[in-house]
Design a protein around this ligand. Structure first.
Ligand SMILES: *[C@@H]1O[C@H](CO)[C@@H](O)[C@H](O)[C@H]1NC(C)=O
Ligand SMILES: *[C@@H]1O[C@H](CO)[C@@H](O)[C@H](O)[C@H]1NC(C)=O
Ligand SMILES: *[C@@H]1O[C@H](CO)[C@@H](O)[C@H](O)[C@H]1NC(C)=O
Length: 528
């Protein structure tokens, strides 16, 4: 009955972003492992994973579940007792470490936000803040001795007790101490075998009308919901969806995410679809509750996760931010859309006098070892990034440019020779182990062009097609005036393996191959 109602309605409303309907993905950007919950201001807050990028654990805000804006991060610096997060010269690196499948909740009784997550290297951390805008600070290392709250979900229940559900295959519930900063007890509450699957993870914990619910997934494509009168079980389970048709071609079946209630009493499941090379894109669908106390997913007319659903009842559309546009680095700090590759060397960059100055922070010939590479998510199916750089301060041996950045990267940039002569290069396929191991390939220069005499300003551009069923390419251009463009090199084939967990980003880099001392000034960056 519900399906025919939806079908009837969907014929009557335009299938475009607006008051009538919303489209999936709700945001064509790489924000995986969402935990969506309400803040004290009634807004919806979305916490995501960003692994080895710093600051960590990005936060988005929305008032209508469809339009989102970046507000900041829960982890100001990847401060997990390992210098690997700082990319020390010749030392360990933290690729695929950092934040993944963590949880964010507001506790009313103490007006405190909590972020909890297990990071590599396998400990659980608590960061807290008095406001979503911060200041965020590390408050505790939980379960010292190595317990990892794998794929965890925090619940602050009606008694103000704090519980964390966590685990892969064997799922446990820990009760936290009154301040939420240590573990009081923990016990296993369910296993994958209970529902006859090999793995269960991606845990979230809710209390709805007194009943405790755990939401989690079999990562091969099924979502389960479990309920119990007690936070520690026994839990009874129901399948929410399995191998559901994805809302975009080439995406995976959405299965992990969070449940959201609106003030109107409507419920939604915010999940994500694996859609490399773009990344993992948030997708939203309504759910309804049955008389058995379990929810059902509202599917599209074909039985899959619909690419469009009716606009959330009672929520007026509020466009918050333009995800594309130009940043001239005019502020005193970087906006929340920027994340460094690993923790930055803060002495080696500065904002002011009309731009972002990047002094070379590492001497290396490996982009994956270079500190202070500044990244920006791509937006949309065919994203374009343009950076305007003044390189009057670059030194002999320096390399700077704009990359399509992932475990297999490619860039357009400038290499300065040992005598200081700059040359524009397209360099392809800098490759690092997709499971976080060493660099495999430093990449190769595929095309070069001279820098015209006297030119100290260049515009560098990359056009990508990141649709999983699209061309999956990056094509590079340069310009001496920001107007006329010359392509350099052919189309670089973007890599689509899932193992890196994150999609391609724009990355602005500047490193030395011989000696520190050089710098560039980034005058603007435009994403479209
Ligand atoms: C919770 O209880 C309220 C009041 O009885 C009811 O309107 C609502 O549908 C219930 N919610 C769920 C998810 O069962
Ligand atoms: C966002 O900015 C782009 C230019 O980068 C512009 O084309 C687009 O219309 C803007 N969208 C909104 C909603 O303002
Ligand atoms: C990139 O490098 C890797 C490792 O050397 C290699 O397996 C792969 O074929 C290369 N891809 C391209 C497009 O050159």
């Amino acid at each position: 009955m519900l399906k025919s109602w939806l079908l009837g309605l969907s014929l009557a409303v335009p299938m475009s972003r607006g008051q009538g309907a919303f489209k999936n993905p709700v945001l064509y950007e790489d924000y995986p492992d969402n935990d969506v919950s309400r803040g004290p201001d009634g807004a919806y807050y979305f916490s995501a994973s960003n692994f080895h990028y710093s600051p960590g654990a990005p936060i988005l805000r929305s008032y209508d579940l469809v339009n989102w804006e970046p507000v900041g991060h829960s982890i100001p610096r990847l401060d997990f007792n390992s210098d690997a997060y700082d990319l020390p010269p010749g030392g360990d690196r933290a690729y695929r470490g950092g934040t993944w499948a963590s949880t964010l909740r507001y506790r009313k009784s103490t007006s405190t936000w909590y972020w909890i997550g297990c990071t590599n290297f396998w400990n659980t951390w608590v960061f807290t803040a008095p406001s979503i805008n911060g200041p965020w600070a590390r408050a505790a290392q939980l379960a010292e001795g190595g317990t990892c709250y794998y794929d965890c979900g925090l619940l602050i229940d009606e008694n103000d007790d704090m519980y964390v559900v966590y685990g892969n295959t064997k799922v446990s519930v820990a009760k936290l101490a009154a301040d939420g900063l240590s573990q009081e007890s923990t016990q296993q509450v369910l296993t994958a075998a209970d529902v006859g699957v090999d793995a269960i993870e991606g845990n979230r914990f809710y209390q709805i009308n007194g009943t405790y619910y755990i939401l989690n997934d079999d990562p091969s494509g099924a979502t389960y919901i479990w309920k119990s009168a007690s936070p520690t079980g026994p839990f009874e389970s129901k399948l929410l969806n399995r191998n559901i048709g994805p809302p975009l071609p080439g995406g995976s079946s959405p299965c992990q995410g969070s449940l959201i209630e609106t003030d109107n009493g409507q419920w939604y499941f915010m999940s994500f679809t694996w859609a490399f090379p773009a990344g993992r894109l948030p997708v939203l669908a309504p759910i309804t509750w049955g008389s058995d106390g379990f929810p059902s997913l509202v599917t599209g007319s074909s039985g899959g996760w619909a690419s469009s659903y009716p606009w959330p009842a009672g929520l007026s559309a509020r466009v918050l931010t333009n995800w594309t546009g130009t940043d001239t680095f005019a502020g005193s700090s970087l906006g929340p859309q920027w994340e460094w590759n690993h923790n930055p060397d803060v002495k080696s960059f500065s904002l002011g006098s009309g731009g972002l100055t990047l002094r070379t922070a590492t001497v290396t010939d490996d982009i994956y070892d270079a500190r202070n590479t500044l990244t920006h998510r791509t937006h949309g199916e065919q994203p374009r990034g343009i950076v305007h750089i003044n390189f009057a301060g670059a030194a002999a041996g320096d390399r700077f440019g704009l990359a399509a950045f992932r475990d297999r990267s490619a860039y357009i940039g400038v290499h300065l020779s040992s005598s200081g002569t700059p040359q524009i290069v397209a360099a392809f396929n800098q490759t690092t182990d997709e499971y976080g191991g060493p660099t495999i390939d430093l990449g190769s220069i595929v095309a070069t062009a001279p820098v015209p005499n006297g030119v100290e300003d260049l515009w560098l551009r990359v056009d990508m097609d990141v649709r999983p069923d699209g061309a999956r390419t990056a094509i590079f251009f340069y310009s001496v005036d920001g107007d006329e463009w010359a392509q350099l090199g052919g189309a670089y084939e973007l890599y689509t393996s899932f193992a890196w967990f994150l999609g391609y980003r724009f990355a602005i880099f500047n490193f030395a191959t011989t000696a520190p001392g050089g710098s560039i000034k980034v005058l603007s960056f435009t994403s479209s």
